[in-house]
Design a protein around this ligand. Structure first.
Ligand code: DC
Length: 228
């Protein structure tokens, strides 16, 4: 039954959704839709091509290209690699420049239309975990299970800071805090599909939970719907 399911996991930056979605998809043999990676890929290509944020037409054509050519590959150990055709963009889409511009790019309704179309097409056969900001509210309103992960801002800042330090990036905690606050503000105040708790979603506050605990509670919810 799990094969036909669409499970959505939404939440703000650094709420733990990417890690949880990736591990769950790996353990359960489901396909992962990392929608943030799709918006990041559009932003990367736009920056490389020197496209202005006001040039909607060119951004839409990049979004179409990303929708048709982006592939996510799940590797051993639940590592996910993101490709545009044969080009591995896994690291580049997590860079500072992309991080700075991805929220304004993803706030453009015409860009979102392209991404939503691509996300629905990936999920056509079911067996999918879709992770992002609007997966349960806009893209898959009829999902079998909708989860909204949240965590106190202080804890989200701490997690992102530790993650960046582990990657060898030199950042200050104040800069990380500022980046998360700006991202939260743009993502939740934009007019097109703002970050919201989707109707019917189960909210999990992960502030005091380990990744294993969050995964355990979601698996419990999945087992629950499989038996109803
Ligand atoms: O989850 P992430 O940090 O990779 O997401 C990067 C940005 O993409 C985030 O600031 C908002 C945007 N995004 C979105 O608007 N809708 C989604 N479904 C996923 C991400």
């Amino acid at each position: 039954m799990i094969e036909g399911m669409v499970i959505t996991i939404d939440g703000p930056a650094a709420s733990g959704k990417s890690t949880v979605a990736r591990l769950l998809a790996y353990e359960m043999g489901l396909q992962l839709i990392d929608s943030g990676a799709m918006y990041r890929a559009v932003t990367l290509l736009a920056l490389e091509q020197g496209v202005d944020i006001s040039d909607t037409q060119r951004l839409v054509s990049i979004a179409k290209f990303v929708g048709n050519n982006l592939r996510a590959r799940m590797e051993e150990g639940a590592r996910v690699k993101i490709f545009i055709d044969d080009r591995d963009i896994t690291e580049e889409i997590r860079g500072a420049a992309v991080g700075k511009f991805v929220s304004p790019v993803s706030a453009i309704p015409e860009v979102r239309i392209q991404m939503v179309e691509a996300q629905r097409s990936i999920a056509k056969g079911g067996g999918v975990i879709a992770e992002g900001r609007d997966m349960g509210s806009t893209v898959f309103p009829d999902a079998s299970l909708k989860i909204f992960l949240n965590a106190a801002e202080e804890e989200r800042v701490r997690r992102r800071y530790v993650e960046l330090l582990e990657k060898g990036k030199k950042v200050s905690i104040d800069d990380v805090k500022k980046e998360i606050e700006i991202r939260d503000f743009i993502d939740s105040s934009r007019s097109a599909s703002p970050l919201r708790i989707p109707d019917g979603a189960i909210v999990i506050d992960t502030t005091d939970m380990s990744v294993e605990e969050v995964i355990f509670s979601i698996k419990d919810l999945i087992t629950g719907i499989c038996h109803t």
